[in-house]
Design a binder for this molecule. Structure first.
Ligand code: PMP
Length: 447
C-alpha cells in the first residue's frame, strides 16, 4: 500500500485491502483471495466486472474519437445518441440532459441550474433547497452541503450559509416504533414538520426539494408507505420542484427502472451516475424538463454564453460506455432479472429475522441493509460504529465485501447480474460473519 495515496493509507482506521483484478461478481486481492463483491464496488458495477462487450465499446470509441467536447455548438455522435436514449427512458416530459463525470457534479449542476432557471423566469428569490437529515448527495461544495452526514460536512465547514439549504426529517421509522408511534403517526408528524418549515421560510423562496428515493450511504432507508404521496402533495401545493437523486437507485437497482418508479415519485429533475455506465467509465447526467431548458434559452441572448460545463462533460468514451450499458440492460432484460433476484435476496435475508443482532431488514430490489442493534426489543443503538465495522471486517475475512453504513447497518448492493447460487453464497458468508460479530459483542459486553 502506497503511503502517498490518501485517505486510504493515512486515515487508517479501516481495513487494508488491495484489489488487483475482477471478473463477474468476484474481485481478487493481491494474494489472489476471492471475494464476492456484495457492494458493486461503490453501488455502481451493475454488470459486474470484465464484461467483454463493454470493454470493446470503450476500446472502439478510444480508437475512433478519444476526446471531443460539447461546448460552443460542438457535439459528437455518442453524446447525441446517449442524450436521446436517456431522454426517452426517464419519466420527465421533453427531457434535456447535461453530462458530467460524478454524482456530486451532477447535483452541483442542478443546484446551479435551478438558480439560472429561476433568475431567467424572474423569480430570483426562489433559491432555497430542502434536503433531509442523513441524506447523501455528494461531497463537492454544493452537493456536500446537501449531504447531511456529519463526517461529510462538519470538518469542512459545510454548509456555507449562503448556499441556502434547509433540512427536514429523515423518513426512517425504525427508531420511532418502539416509542409507541405508529407508522401513520410518524409520517403525519414529519410531513407536518415539512409543511411548517416551508411556511416558516416562505414557499416563494424555496426552489426544490432533493430526494434519494431510497437512501444509500445513510443506511438504505425506505420511507413508510404513504410518505412520498403526502410529501409530493405538500410540494406541489407550494410550487416546489421535486429533484430526485437516482445516483444509487437508478437503472434497475430497486426492482424497477428507477427508484422513483418503485417509490411512486413523479420527478421534475433527476440526477444519475454510477450504474449509468456500470462504472466502466466515469459519467453522470443531470436531467431537466424541456420547459426549464426553453426558459433558459429564451434568456440566453440577454445572458450571453451559458457559463457552466466541464471539460469532460459528455466525454465520448463515457458516452459510449453508457450507451452500451443501457443497450445490455435492455437486451438482456437486466432490470427484470434483477427484480427477481431482489425478491430471492430478501427471502434469504429474512432468515436473519431471529438473529439476536439484527434489528431491521430493509431495502428494495438489490439494495438492502441489515441494521445491527444491541437489543431487538428495546429502542437502543450501539454507542458507536464499532460493531458495524467489525461485521464488515468479518465479512471480508469470509470472502464477502459489504459496507457498514450509518454506523451499524450492513449494506448489500450486489451487481444486478447476480445469480441465485451467488446470493446463497452471500448468505452463507454473512451468517458466519454475523455469528463472529455476536461473539465479539458478547466478549466486549456490548449487548
Ligand atoms: N448521490 C448519491 C445518492 C450518492 O450515493 C452518491 C455517491 N455515493 C452521490 C450522489 C455522489 O456521487 P459521486 O461519488 O459520484 O460524486
Amino acid at each position: 500500500m502506497s503511503a502517498m495515496i490518501y485517505p486510504t493509507s493515512n486515515f487508517a482506521e479501516q481495513d487494508k485491502l488491495c484489489i488487483e483484478r475482477a471478473k463477474g461478481v468476484y474481485v481478487y486481492d493481491s494474494n489472489n483471495k476471492q471475494y464476492l463483491e456484495g457492494m458493486s464496488g461503490l453501488w455502481c458495477t451493475a454488470l459486474g466486472y470484465g464484461n467483454e462487450e463493454l470493454i470493446a465499446a470503450i476500446t472502439n470509441q478510444l480508437h475512433r474519437l478519444s476526446f471531443s467536447h460539447l461546448f460552443g455548438g460542438k457535439s459528437h455522435s455518442p453524446g447525441v445518441a446517449l442524450a436521446d436514449k436517456l431522454a426517452a427512458m426517464v419519466p420527465i416530459e421533453d427531457a434535456r440532459v447535461f453530462f458530467g463525470t460524478s454524482g456530486s457534479d451532477a447535483n452541483d449542476t442542478h443546484y446551479k441550474i435551478l438558480r439560472y432557471y429561476f433568475n431567467a423566469i424572474n423569480k430570483p428569490q426562489k433559491r432555497k433547497i430542502i434536503t433531509r437529515e442523513r441524506a447523501y448527495h455528494g461531497v463537492t461544495v454544493a452537493s456536500g452541503a446537501l449531504t447531511s452526514l456529519p463526517v461529510n460536512n462538519r470538518h469542512f465547514d459545510l454548509p456555507i450559509d449562503a448556499l441556502n439549504i434547509l433540512r427536514t426529517d429523515s423518513p426512517h421509522y425504525f427508531s420511532s416504533h418502539l416509542q409507541g408511534e405508529s407508522e401513520t403517526q410518524f409520517v403525519d408528524r414529519i410531513v407536518a414538520n415539512l409543511e411548517s418549515l416551508i411556511l416558516h421560510e416562505n414557499p416563494d423562496t424555496i426552489a426544490a426539494m432533493i430526494i434519494e428515493p431510497i437512501t444509500g450511504a445513510s443506511g438504505v432507508i425506505v420511507p413508510p408507505d404513504g410518505y412520498y404521496k403526502k410529501v409530493q402533495t405538500i410540494l406541489r401545493k407550494y410550487d416546489i420542484l421535486i429533484w430526485v437523486d437516482e445516483v444509487i437507485t437508478g437503472f434497475g437497482r430497486t426492482g424497477n427502472d428507477f427508484g422513483c418508479t418503485t417509490m411512486g415519485i413523479k420527478p421534475d429533475l433527476m440526477t444519475f451516475a454510477k450504474q449509468l455506465s456500470s462504472a466502466y467509465y466515469p459519467i453522470s447526467a443531470a436531467v431537466i424538463p424541456g420547459y426549464m431548458h426553453d426558459a433558459m434559452v429564451e434568456q440566453s441572448s440577454a445572458n450571453g454564453v451559458f457559463g457552466h460545463g466541464y471539460t469532460y462533460s459528455g466525454h465520448p468514451v463515457g458516452c459510449a460506455a453508457a450507451l452500451k450499458t443501457l443497450e445490455i440492460f435492455e437486451r438482456e432484460h437486466i432490470f427484470e432479472k434483477a427484480a427477481e433476484a431482489g425478491v430471492y435476496l430478501r427471502k434469504q435475508l429474512e432468515k436473519f429475522v431471529d438473529h439476536p443482532l439484527v434489528g431491521e431488514i430493509r431495502g428494495k430490489g438489490l439494495l438492502m441493509a441489515l441494521e445491527l442493534v444491541p437489543n431487538k426489543l428495546k429502542n437502543t443503538r450501539f454507542a458507536d460504529g464499532k460493531v458495524g465495522a467489525f461485521a464488515q471486517r468479518a465479512c471480508q475475512e469470509h470472502g464477502l465485501i459489504v459496507r457498514a453504513v450509518a454506523g451499524n447497518s450492513i449494506a448489500l448492493c450486489p451487481p444486478l447480474i447476480i445469480s441465485h447460487s451467488q446470493i446463497d453464497e452471500i448468505i452463507q458468508k454473512l451468517t458466519k460473519a454475523l455469528d463472529d460479530t455476536l461473539i465479539y459483542t458478547q466478549k466486549e459486553k456490548l449487548l
